[in-house]
Design a protein around this ligand. Structure first.
Ligand SMILES: Cc1ncc(COP(=O)(O)O)c(C=O)c1O
Length: 423
């Protein structure tokens, strides 16, 4: 397709986009020249929903006017504020009400989950992780392994792509689980990998783990709000995610956590780190000496949560409840598909897309290796107002987000590639 035809197509697709109006519900950053940027960086930090300020202001005002009274004498009492997240989080990750909670931050939640669900025994202590796991996850799991007295290098089993390939094959991961089954106790993988953008088959991997008595947990930092999830039905044991990427909760926002009800509701013997916010609500303020956990994942809470951060997240999640993951996903597939096809078609020898071409195997992010003038291309994208990021050694990540990106944003990115290619 010629650049002119691509431009026309982008305009047509924007005209016909049923979600086009949602862009106005977000603040779109502007470059120095005053024009809106093409923000393709929601994989790192999602944009601010316009309603976030009102939600945060409301709690600031309550603090101003009521002081400590805000905990109980307030139309959204802070003592139960986190319960407002149950319904919207259930929709985003496909959990049941006792299975989801907004608490802490992602790495903290991973540690809480590993404390509960990594239960190594001599002879059965191994953890299977994906090839390009995010560093924080590696640090967390290695430190947990060492804390339990095992050697991280020995205990970690890494699922890797085949030589010459960039992403994992589900059958290979399942084969590895089967080969390691007698020593494996946990699978901990990213739902969508931060580097390659690949979406793994969570349900097939969870089933394979369970067939061999292995637990399956997932880091959904790049999956939550990006792809539809059905954690309860898939039987996932636990999951954790941050809320500042596709969930648009703001920098360092309160994270999310899922514990399947088979552990959270039905099994009192799961060990955990305890704090007063996880204690039975009816008797919490009796300040008794013994910890009685709230049934379900709420029982993993430690501290009373940072309210202003939660307020911003609530604003964003209301938009998710309004639109629904299915409609977001439909636009996401069309938008990422448009960018993917155009890059492959227009620059065959120049760009290599590490992310799978199959929409079922990715979210909205494309990870691109530019074979010539990679740094120059990245610099040109930034200089022309296309906000994206670079991951060492040589990958540009582009994430057209269905909530606030237009096909015109993808087109703007393609225009920069054309300009650099033609010197
Ligand atoms: C996949 C993944 N895991 C973990 C983290 C760390 O998150 P946090 O700083 O919220 O603990 C990130 C941050 O970007 C991430 O992308």
């Amino acid at each position: 397709m010629t650049p002119e035809r691509l431009r026309e197509l982008a305009a047509e697709l924007d005209r016909d986009d049923p979600l086009a109006g949602y862009r106005e519900r977000f603040h779109i950053p502007r470059s120095a020249d005053g024009g809106e940027v093409a923000y393709l960086c929601g994989n790192s930090l999602g944009l601010a929903p316009r309603n976030a300020r009102e939600y945060v202001d409301r709690e600031l005002l309550a603090w101003q006017e009521r002081g400590v009274g805000g905990h109980f004498k307030h139309d959204r009492p802070w003592v139960s504020f986190h319960e407002l997240f149950t319904d919207p989080l259930c929709r985003v990750v496909g959990g049941r009400p006792h299975e989801v909670v907004a608490m802490n931050t992602l790495t903290v939640n991973l540690h809480l989950m590993l404390t509960s669900f990594y239960r190594p025994q001599p002879g059965r202590f191994r953890v299977l992780v994906g090839h390009a796991a995010f560093p924080s996850d590696r640090y967390a799991i290695r430190s947990q392994i060492a804390l339990r007295g095992f050697a991280p290098d020995d205990a970690l089993v890494v699922a890797s792509p085949r030589p010459g390939e960039h992403t994992l094959r589900t059958d290979d991961v399942i084969g590895l689980i089967e080969r390691q089954r007698s020593e494996l106790t946990l699978v901990l993988m990213d739902g969508v990998n931060y580097y390659t953008g690949e979406l793994i088959d969570i349900t097939a991997i969870t089933d394979a783990a369970h067939r061999h008595g292995v637990l399956a947990g997932f880091d959904l930092a790049h999956a939550a709000g990006n792809v539809p999830l059905a954690l309860h039905d898939w039987g996932v044991d636990f999951a954790a995610w941050c809320s500042y990427k596709y969930l648009n909760g703001g920098p360092g926002c309160v994270a999310g956590c899922f514990v399947h009800e088979r552990h959270g509701l039905r099994d009192d013997s799961v060990p955990r780190l305890a704090g007063w916010w996880g204690h039975d609500k009816a008797s919490r303020f009796a300040m008794g000496p013994d910890f009685v956990p709230i049934p379900g994942v709420e029982g993993w809470q430690l501290s009373n949560p940072p309210l202003f951060s939660l307020a911003a997240l609530l604003a964003s999640l209301e938009l998710f409840s309004e639109v629904g993951m299915d409609r977001l996903r439909a636009k996401s597939e069309a938008l990422t598909g448009f960018l993917d096809r155009a890059l492959r078609e227009r620059f065959p020898g120049r760009v290599e897309i590490l992310t799978p071409a199959d929409p079922a195997r990715r979210g909205c992010q494309l990870s691109i290796r530019v074979k010539r003038e990679a740094q120059e291309t990245f610099a040109a994208l930034l200089a022309r107002g296309v906000v994206c990021d670079w991951r060492e050694p040589d990958v540009i990540r582009l994430a057209p987000v269905p909530f606030y990106n237009r096909f015109a944003d993808a087109q703007r990115c393609l225009d920069v590639f054309e300009a650099v290619a033609s010197g």
